[in-house]
Design a protein around this ligand. Structure first.
Ligand SMILES: Cc1cc2nc3c(=O)[nH]c(=O)nc-3n(C[C@H](O)[C@H](O)[C@H](O)COP(=O)(O)OP(=O)(O)OC[C@H]3O[C@@H](n4cnc5c(N)ncnc54)[C@H](O)[C@@H]3O)c2cc1C
Length: 564
């Protein structure tokens, strides 16, 4: 049985290695258009930034290794240009010589990835404008930003004629994860960075109030943000520099421009072979990664898969799903019955010293779908026991079904412990778990790692409290008509108070219930929600209608940022 795999990076390479492990007799050929297979594209922004200094560190496996370890033939610089599904052949073009050969296959696996979006804007081909998708892309960026710097390097440290460091200005276009990572890395290299984004927020999978916090963090670390403003044109500026003109008429001078406008599934080969394309523009596959032709499989960024939460067709360009899908295609080719469960878009991004992570559906998607059977909570637990040095708060938003408590999505921000909390909730979502399951989850604990009541348990307890009506919640965008009762102490109020709220510190509440109306809903407020919960319990048990303002003053900051 001969299997040809088109594309030798995440999905393709994992498919080849798995297939060999399952079938010693299989003939396996990887064809890869570029010069490398199995390289770490996820590390590219950090190579640009110099965190991963050596290019060779990005090359996870070489063609020689594939041959030696896996007896897999690898042809780099070799492009698949045409598939003939009826003859079961694929035409291959040698990129260097242009020579075309025809190879027969029994099974074909397409893992061609995605193409960077490159709109036909005036000046987009000017020198100094780059995208970041491959090792040669990263090399080109590094060469461009380092050019001339050998002579000038260090000169600004000396007194004398050359006292000013040459200006290095970068414009990153696009606020997705590649744009944000690249912006951070260029800051590390000493650039003045402006990030231009057409949408009104960075990191689209986050809900806007969570994205605002990331934006504030980026700005605090020196990234200038130009949101709600698309690029209109690129122009030549003075002294070999570029000018980035936006739709609002602003002009940003730049010595380098990085385009990070997102990706589109690379479906060219699949379309020309007559394979079915899905509603979102990816190659249509079943849950065994089979395309509309039973002998052709497709995996990775090029395919459209089912979202486990919404059931909608979804395009998710992430390394985890690509690797798992490559494995599943290999399993099926080798006669096993593996199935892809679907995707939920679990992702994390480092933002300077912090991380933002998310999984499952966000609130804006639920609103777009007209789905109102959900509730959300905000909480700010410490990453580990507060008494052990180094604990940092994590901002967590959890979205769950009002009707049955099923977990729908979560977003987390913080400087410590975000990854394991969102990963745990991701697994829970995949297993169809509820907030009640999070309450019961038994997780690792020692003071330097977590708390006896881990943030994940805590999220479950708070959400379950909402559903059991022990702790009805409201949110800062829904306060109209209610009485706001702030139960914080005087010192905290001196720092920040809520206009119109009355203040009864929690320890005085039982004695001062007579001051509160029984015919009006009362929303209780504290710093992050804990004392407000105690207050709401006191009020409820004394016949008042009370709700907790979820996340307290910390959430208020988020919603205020949203309004501003
Ligand atoms: C800068 C960057 C940072 C990233 N960071 C992360 C991250 O932190 N976390 C994460 O989960 N994901 C990240 N990703 C996304 C992740 O790398 C992709 O989702 C994953 O690589 C997709 O795997 P794939 O096999 O579908 O495609 P790719 O890994 O892109 O491989 C496709 C390969 O197919 C080749 N090819 C295409 N057409 C042909 C043809 N006709 N003939 C021969 N060869 C062909 C291409 O040259 C390419 O090398 C990042 C991506 C980039 C670019």
């Amino acid at each position: 049985m001969k299997t040809i795999i088109v594309g030798g990076v995440a999905g393709g390479a994992s498919c080849a290695a798995r297939l060999r492990r399952l079938d010693e007799s299989a003939e396996i050929l990887i064809v890869e258009r570029g010069p490398y297979v199995s390289y770490a594209n996820c590390g590219l922004p950090y190579h640009v930034g110099g965190v991963i200094e050596k290019e060779s560190s990005l090359l996870v496996a070489s063609p020689e290794m594939f041959r030696g370890f896996f007896a897999v033939e690898v042809r780099t610089g070799c492009e698949a240009i045409r598939i003939s599904p009826d003859k079961k052949t694929v035409e291959l073009r040698d990129v260097a010589t242009g020579a075309v050969t025809t190879e027969p296959y029994d099974k074909l696996v397409l893992s061609p990835g995605a193409r960077s979006i490159r709109p036909p804007l005036p000046g987009i081909d000017l020198p100094g404008i780059f995208q970041l998708r491959t090792v040669p892309d990263a090399r080109a960026i590094r060469e461009w930003i380092e050019k001339g710097s050998e002579f000038l390097a260090g000169m600004y440290r000396y007194s004398g004629f050359q006292t000013v460091r040459p200006k290095t200005r970068a414009v990153v276009v696009g606020g997705g994860f590649i744009g944000v990572e690249t912006a951070e890395n260029l800051i590390h290299r000493g650039f003045e960075v402006t990030l231009v984004e057409m949408a009104d927020q960075v990191l689209a999978p986050l809900d806007a109030e969570m994205a605002r916090v990331v934006e504030g963090y980026l700005e605090r670390h020196g990234v200038k943000l130009a949101l709600k403003d698309g690029v209109a044109a690129f122009e030549k500026g003075d002294g070999g520099a570029l000018r980035v003109r936006t739709q609002s008429g602003k002009v940003y001078p730049a010595d380098v421009v990085i385009l990070a406008l997102g990706v589109r599934p690379d479906t060219e080969l699949a379309r020309s072979a007559g394979l079915a394309i899905g509603e979102r523009g990816g190659i249509r596959v079943d849950d065994q990664m089979r395309t509309s032709d039973p002998n052709i499989f497709a995996v990775g960024d090029a395919v459209e898969v089912k979202d486990v939460v919404t059931g909608e067709a979804s395009l998710v360009a992430l390394a985890g799903p690509a690797n798992r899908q490559g494995r599943i295609a290999a399993d099926v080719i080798a006669g096993r019955s593996s199935r892809f469960r679907g995707t939920q878009g679990t992702a994390i991004i480092g933002v300077f010293a912090a991380a933002a992570a998310w999984t499952g559906v966000n609130e804006k998607t639920l609103k777009r779908r007209g789905d109102s059977d959900y509730e959300k909570i905000y909480l700010y637990p410490n990453s580990h026991a507060g008494y052990y040095p180094g604990a940092r708060p994590i901002a967590i938003k959890v979205i769950f079904r009002k009707s049955d408590g099923r977990l729908l999505g979560a977003q987390g921000l913080g400087e410590d412990g975000v990854d394991k909390r969102i990963s745990t909730i991701a697994m829970a979502i995949q297993m169809g778990a509820t907030v009640y399951d999070l309450e019961e989850a038994e997780l690792c604990y020692a003071p330097q790692f977590g708390s006896a009541k881990d943030p994940v348990n805590f999220a479950g307890m708070v959400a379950a409290g909402v559903l059991r009506n022990d702790m009805p919640v409201s949110h800062w965008d829904r306060v109209d008509g209610a009485l706001l009762l702030d139960v914080r102490g005087a010192q905290e109020l001196a720092v920040e108070s809520v206009p119109g709220a009355i203040n009864i510190p929690l320890p005085q509440l039982r004695a001062r219930l007579g001051e509160l109306p029984r015919d009006r809903e009362i929303l209780t407020i504290c710093r992050s929600g804990g004392r407000a919960y105690f207050a709401a319990r006191i009020l409820q048990q004394n016949g008042f209608k009370a709700r907790v303002l979820s996340g307290g003053m910390l959430s208020r900051t988020y919603f205020q940022l949203l309004e501003s």
